[in-house]
Design a protein around this ligand. Structure first.
Ligand code: 3UK
Length: 517
């Protein structure tokens, strides 16, 4: 399956191949004002690669920062850099100058591209920076400064004859503390995730059309919205906006068949499901955080579709444990993706028995390689990738998520996973969203504290607090119930759709301190 030649340029395999083999007329990219065939896409990539090499002096191995929402130009630039043998560093659109600086410095970026709408923070980061020499902007589709550079540039560009193990992207992790970590990925990795996860689990076909919300700077989005569709000659849809409501409307408008987003977006769409036409969808993938059983059930009931849960990471590029359409075990993430092995281990790295919680260890065709980072030894131990998640493997080989290992709540000697309590709360009709973390407590060390966003029409008072506590006590081992419940309007989320547990924990610690004083 993964016998790639020694020399491999991923873009030649995922875009040019379709042109070469007579499929160039097929649809590749749709978006506002854009309807590109594979012929169009290949030509645009070639022209951009000619700009990169001919006008901006890119040589293979150079790192190029890209900054934009998920637009057709962003996709084309991403692939042009790789076709020219460069290394892409894509940044999350919402990052501020002070968050961009460490990325520029760590990756030693000399050349950057930015959509005009996102230039302010990049310009601030670039000013006085020792590495960044040139920032090119564009507007709309291939317009503005980039458009001028494209004038008169030839349509042909021979893919740089890279090695399969030449680096082609640096994925920065969204860590909450310290210097950001950059994970190195190689030309072949881009094909590996298509040929393992997408081919064996997702099983889309060339007539499928993909849509979703994760930014391309998040490798969940890169795979789901670019590499997976293009590998098989299917198409991708890039709507202007991708908040849950916009995504749901775009599904009605473009009628795509495959959707990639995070559980929180599926919940937000469910809350207003009557307003949308989702009838074109046939496959829906959920990743980024645990998929609670009530969300899985509600999606099934509302759409008839099985949400395909999968855990992936920036370190391993994409999903390595996944549910599959046949034999889904709701409440579990699933089984290792073909090509990968997974086990649950103790602190010494030895496997624990089935049914016992421990650290998730994974190995397969892609492994974690940080760029010049002492934290490499934390992620890779004895040849296994330690993802930082606590899991239980059951008798049948299904992996059940517990929590990020750092997030496990220890209360009066019990280990409690916040996500399990969240899933229980979400099954109650009053609860729209929730986050469960440890709050410091003088007697128990910590107590379970829930932050709850209510659905319209419910009032957050002591009666409801008691009702929710009783609900959890009925549903789970009683010691897991949230001793503290706070009703809030929103929960802090990252740009990739993850609950910021760190912020909630901090809040819980501050509140606990205030009430003690
Ligand atoms: C958590 C999940 C439970 C888990 C990602 C798909 O999320 C991605 O990458 P990140 O580097 O975060 C990795 C961590 O996120 N997680 C992700 N998916 C699940 N936890 N169930 C899930 N289904 O803690 C993991 O260690 O941001 C996801 C594809 C590519 C990705 N980069």
């Amino acid at each position: 399956r993964l016998n790639y030649p020694e020399r491999l340029n991923a873009v030649a395999e995922i875009v040019d191949k379709h042109v070469r083999e007579g499929r160039g007329g097929r649809l590749a990219v749709r978006g506002p004002g854009v309807h590109w065939s594979y012929d169009d896409l290949a030509r645009i990539i070639n022209r951009l690669a000619n700009v990169l090499v001919g006008k901006l002096g890119l040589v293979p191995g150079n790192r190029v920062l890209l900054r934009a929402a998920n637009t057709p130009t962003m996709v084309a630039l991403y692939l042009a850099v790789i076709k020219a043998g460069g290394i892409v560093v894509a940044t999350m659109p919402l990052l501020r100058a002070k968050e961009l600086v460490p990325i520029i410095d760590k990756a030693q970026i000399a050349l950057a591209f930015s959509d005009e709408t996102l230039i302010t923070e990049l310009a601030a980061a670039a000013s006085g920076n020792a590495f960044l020499k040139r920032v090119v902007t564009w507007s709309g589709n291939l317009g503005g400064e980039l458009g001028s550079l494209l004038d008169g540039v030839p349509d042909a560009f021979e893919a740089v004859n890279t090695f399969a193990d030449d680096p082609c992207l640096l994925g920065f992790t969204s860590g909450t503390t310290g210097v950001p970590k950059a994970t190195i990925h190689y030309q072949r990795d881009l094909l590996v995730i298509c040929d393992c996860y997408a081919k064996e689990i997702l099983r889309a076909d060339p007539d499928d059309s993909f849509i979703g919300s994760p930014p391309l700077a998040f490798t969940f989005g890169l795979g789901g919205l670019v590499l997976f569709p293009f590998r098989i000659g299917a198409s991708t849809v890039l709507p202007a906006k991708t908040a849950p409501d916009d995504l749901a409307r775009a599904i009605g408008e473009y009628r795509p068949t495959v959707c990639f987003t995070a559980p929180t977006a599926y919940r937000a769409i469910l809350a207003r499901i009557g307003e949308y036409d989702l009838s074109s969808l046939r496959k829906c993938v959920s990743a980024g955080e645990a998929l609670p059983l009530p969300t899985f059930n509600a999606w099934k009931e509302a759409t008839g579709l099985t949400l395909l849960d999968g855990i992936g990471s920036t370190e391993l590029l994409h999903i390595f444990i996944s549910a599959r359409e046949e034999g889904v075990r709701p409440g579990c993430t699933g089984k290792p993706v073909p090509g990968y092995e997974a086990q649950v281990v103790d602190d010494a790295g030895g496997p624990v028995p089935n049914g016992t919680p421990g650290r998730l260890a994974v190995r397969g065709p892609i492994g974690c390689r940080y760029l010049d980072d002492p934290r490499q030894v934390n992620y890779v131990q004895h040849g296994w990738n330690i993802t930082g998640d606590t899991y239980i493997r059951d008798e049948d080989g299904y992996f059940r998520y517990q929590a990020r290992s750092d997030d496990m709540i220890v209360s009066a000697g019990y280990n409690i996973g916040g996500p399990e309590v969240e899933a229980s709360l979400l099954a109650h009709e009053a609860v729209l969203e929730c986050g469960v973390v440890a709050a410091p407590d003088p007697e128990r060390g910590s107590v379970v504290k829930a932050y709850v966003v209510l659905r319209e029409g419910h009032v957050g008072d002591d009666t409801l607090r008691k009702t929710l506590q009783d609900h959890v006590k009925q549903d789970l081992a009683p010691y897991k119930y949230p001793r503290a419940i706070e009703f809030v309007d929103t929960l802090p989320k990252t740009e990739s759709g993850k609950l910021q547990r760190f912020s909630l924990r901090k809040l819980a610690a501050e509140t606990a301190k205030d009430t003690r004083e």
